[in-house]
Design a protein around this ligand. Structure first.
Ligand code: KG4
Ligand code: ZN
Length: 369
């Protein structure tokens, strides 16, 4: 069952539907062939998972299943098009929680089969990596190669984005992801889920110099990250306090001290990555953690010190969304990659370095350039 490339198949504008369901956001978006957003809808499942203090994969998959069909219908209506007007349908097929991936990819494949649109199997990390090139994000779309810092609940990586489909991982976390450690420390401080935004708010009231916490891997060669030692240090401080609820002032000082340690460690890792990639044209940040003002401000200063601009997409495109999925498909199509086979598999693990490899065992993806 092979699907041909859809370039100009139905004449411009070639509408692309994007579907994202790899974690706890169900999202869909419609973009025209130039990357203009015609519809964008995101449904967060935070309320479904909050009672459990984290994402429950089975609940996530069922919530995606319930949300997707009406959401796609609403997105098509918002874009003012019918399903048959779509020339391409793109879905995240990895990395992520397998249940949600199967729901989103299965839905997209079914629609592609029914409408004759081309199917694009998108790597979620590639979608984050290319978002900054979406028209309207930066005054001028960043040229390749650029340095990407991806800091989300599931991923922490510094990546050289060399071209569409060509990525080189410079560094990653050796243990927890950045967002994960914000969530875990927030939990220790008695804050709700997701903890990152609540911890940032609390930190503004606190004294960052109250506790001396480790700066993980500071000054060490390379640009890997590590957060578990920092998390343990916070846990030890909390465990030494008298039982009962933490006084707000104390919690704020811990939050501020923790955030200061993360900020310093991240700036250090970024400056190492910049030295490893002197050809970088700019620095791009993505992922929910990049919305943290203290982190963003320090990363901006680090990039500027290296003579580069920091490009941070607006928050709605930094966190998980489907516009980036549709845009990645448009970028891949423009770069000459063919559409994907309906037999493409979902991959819970799919490192970005292998993004151009085939999803169909033993076959290389054909590149039309
Ligand atoms: O990119 P994202 O929305 O979802 C994925 O993980 O893919 O990132 C969510 C993560 C959560 O761990 C959340 O606590 C963290 O990003 N986060 C923050 C902030 N806002 C969200 N961490 C620190 N400061 C924030 N302001
Ligand atoms: Zn993500």
């Amino acid at each position: 069952m092979s699907v041909s490339d859809d370039t100009n198949r139905r004449g411009p504008p070639a509408m692309m539907l994007g579907i994202e369901s790899s974690c706890d956001e169900t999202a869909c978006a419609v973009l025209d062939g130039e990357g203009r957003v015609r519809a964008e809808i995101v449904a967060s499942q935070i309320a479904d998972h909050a009672p459990f203090g984290g994402v429950v994969p089975e609940i996530a998959a069922r919530a995606h299943l319930a949300a997707l069909a009406p959401m796609v219908r609403a997105a098509l209506a918002e874009a003012g098009i019918a399903a048959r007007d779509l020339s391409g349908i793109a879905a995240t097929v990895g990395p992520g929680l397998i249940g949600g991936l199967i729901v989103g990819a299965g839905f997209a494949k079914g629609m592609a089969l029914a409408t004759g649109a081309a199917f694009y199997a998108i790597n979620h990390l590639e979608a984050h990596a290319l978002t900054a090139r979406l028209p309207g994000i930066a005054a001028r779309a960043p040229d390749f190669p650029y340095l990407l810092l991806l800091v989300s609940g599931g991923h922490t990586a510094l990546i050289a984005v060399e071209a569409v489909g060509r990525y080189r991982r410079l560094g990653t976390t050796l243990d927890d992801a950045a967002g994960e450690v914000f969530d875990k420390v927030a939990k220790l401080l008695g804050l709700g889920y997701p903890g990152g935004p609540a911890l940032e708010a609390l930190a503004t009231e606190g004294n960052p110099a109250r506790f001396t916490l480790p700066r993980p891997l500071l000054g060490r060669a390379g640009c890997d990250f590590s957060f578990s030692g920092l998390k343990t240090a916070v846990a030890q401080i909390v465990s030494r306090l008298p039982p009962g609820s933490l006084p707000r002032g104390m919690a704020a000082d811990i939050a501020a001290s923790f955030q200061a340690a993360v900020v310093e460690a991240m700036a250090d890792r970024l400056s190492h990555a910049l030295a490893m990639m002197p050809e970088s044209t700019c620095v791009v940040v993505a992922g929910g953690v990049a919305s943290n003002r203290a982190i963003r401000g320090r990363l901006e200063a680090t990039a500027t010190a290296g003579g580069l601009t920091l490009i941070a997409p607006p928050l709605r495109l930094c966190t998980d969304n489907a516009t980036m999925v549709a845009w990645a498909a448009i970028e891949r199509r423009r770069a000459g990659y063919s559409a994907d086979d309906l037999a493409a598999r979902c991959r819970p693990r799919w490192p970005l370095d292998g993004a151009v490899q085939s999803l169909i065992a033993g076959k290389a993806v054909s590149v039309a350039v």
